[in-house]
Design a binder for this molecule. Sequence first.
Ligand code: NI
Length: 138
Amino acid sequence: MSDLVRISMSLENSLLENFDEYVENQGYPTRSEAIKALMRQSLSEQAWTQNQLVAGSVTLVYDHHRQGIVKRLMDVQHDFGAVIVSTQHVHLDHHHCLEIIVVKGKASLIRELVGVFKSMKGVKHNSPVMVSVGKSLA
Ligand code: NI
């Protein structure tokens, strides 16, 4: 476990009041936990934009009756096999499928994969969630 350090900071009272309200609304047990979560989120966003190693998921919803979409999605997933760890498929209703694609790899390649899904007609929902991998998780 990493060593804990204590820091202090100066900020406007109104900002602290707003933040404390946020901490309570979000259900964090303490300010420290809220700040740590926000720091990790910022580091993940940095990893995502700076082409570092990331992991996460891409959630898709699509109408499987649309001509050719199932084959196209399968072809794309084979093309990006280097970053796709696993896929979970749920038959939502008569028309719609939900797919959760777990990914891990260089952010640029995963961004490219998300872009390909975005360009596909029939994909109604395309939602990536990325976290950084490595020392920023400390
Ligand atoms: Ni299905």
